[in-house]
Design a protein around this ligand. Structure first.
Ligand SMILES: Cc1cc2nc3c(=O)[nH]c(=O)nc-3n(C[C@H](O)[C@H](O)[C@H](O)COP(=O)(O)O)c2cc1C
Length: 359
């Protein structure tokens, strides 16, 4: 085996961390390492793999020779000597700089540990520390997001329990689990209407519609959440991005998106089922709606509300023999861009793809 690969096999955890920072994240040299590894003949593959640190195993293993290394596969077609020499030079240069890269990785890690402690503040209550805009007499922000006058609105059927197939709350809670495999069968508009009602439907308006009580709880009934839908398979609705209008119980069509399923999968770090669903719920927060009253407390409240909403989606999905799965592993900028929010005054908080499941 080439000595450079022997060295890679012997990297310790911190050196592996440095490898991934330097070779995969900060440069586009990752495929060169994979290429080099894939040039190993079967017996060498086994020796490399048996020596490799578990962290390296976790990060290097892949079933496709383009993106990962499979110790049990035969080497793919010979990429040519030139390519291999270039790849070896690049990885050798990484090995030569290893000591300084490990130092940098350690500094990075120390920073991350400090950030972890800082982030813990997010789960603490901060209610008494802030003079809110409401307290200062600033007028209340709009309770819902506006939409352009010429928008295409889609009427939703009145929410009804006629779509419900399992009505026992006991059974729905008992059966609830995260689903990551959906059939191609469409959802009906009545089922979508039911899921939207269950998650963000209005139960009661405040006087003059200055606010609303919904089917999920909200701190001070400030309702900072918005619901976007990436629709793939819903009867009578073209593929695209839509937004729920809870006050009207309608949808507003936002945009058609080419290759929506592929994009959603890519934007959730390759989780195929996030794209290959009937409809992906994408919840955003409009933080000022709640900051106006509770200031610093808003961040905690928003995350709690997302949890309430998604739990109702889990249970309502169970009741109509569909499945869902809360998703935090998504690319913030890409999803924000997909649904057209700026990431400052409104940002994606949580995703949950829904689809029909085998029963
Ligand atoms: C906040 C949160 C984020 C999650 N993110 C993901 C995710 O990105 N991908 C995924 O496959 N599952 C995700 N899940 C689902 C969990 O993996 C799942 O709830 C957990 O394994 C327990 O399984 P159960 O829901 O079937 O009980 C998430 C769940 C929660 C609550």
């Amino acid at each position: 085996m080439k000595s450079v690969l022997k060295r890679v096999a012997e990297l310790d955890s911190f050196e592996i961390f440095a490898l991934f920072e330097e070779v995969f994240e900060n440069t586009d040299n990752g495929p060169k390492l994979i290429l080099l590894l894939n040039s190993l003949a079967r017996p060498e593959r086994k020796v490399f793999w048996d020596t490799l640190n578990p962290l390296g195993k976790l990060w290097l293993r892949g079933d496709s020779p383009e993106t990962g290394f499979n110790p049990d596969a035969d080497p793919p077609a010979d990429p040519g000597n030139q390519q291999l020499i270039l790849a070896e030079t690049v990885i050798q240069s990484f090995v030569d700089r290893l000591a300084s890269l490990v130092e940098a990785a350690k500094t990075h890690r120390e920073g991350q540990l400090r950030d972890i402690i800082t982030n813990r503040e997010i789960v603490k209550a901060t209610m008494s520390e802030f003079v809110s805009d409401q307290f200062l007499g600033v007028s209340m922000p709009s309770p819902v997001k506006e939409y352009p006058l010429n928008s295409k609105l889609i009427e939703l059927p009145e929410p009804t329990d006629k779509v419900v197939r399992t009505s026992s709350i006991f059974q729905c809670i008992k059966q609830r689990k995260s689903h990551r495999k959906f059939t191609d069968n469409k959802l009906s508009l009545a089922e979508l209407s039911y899921l939207l009602w269950a998650t963000q439907g209005v139960r009661k308006f405040m006087p003059d519609k200055k606010g609303s009580f919904r089917n999920t709880p909200s701190g001070g009934a400030r309702q900072p959440m918005e619901t976007y839908l990436a629709i793939n398979h819903v009867a009578d609705l073209p593929v695209g991005i839509y937004r729920y209008l809870p006050f009207e119980h309608k949808l507003v069509f936002q945009s058609s998106v080419q290759d929506l399923q592929e994009k959603l999968s890519e934007f959730s770090f390759g989780q195929q089922f996030v794209g290959w669903c009937a409809v992906c719920f994408i919840w955003t927060a409009v933080p000022y709606r709640i900051e106006w009253r509770y200031g610093l407390e808003a961040k905690k409240d928003i995350l709690q509300e997302a949890g309430h909403i998604c739990q109702n989606l889990y249970l309502a999905s169970e009741s109509i023999h569909c499945g869902t799965c809360g998703i935090n592993a998504y690319n913030q900028e890409k999803v924000d861009e997909l649904i057209g929010v700026d990431g400052v005054d409104e940002m994606t908080v949580y995703l949950s793809p829904v689809g029909r499941i085998e029963s």
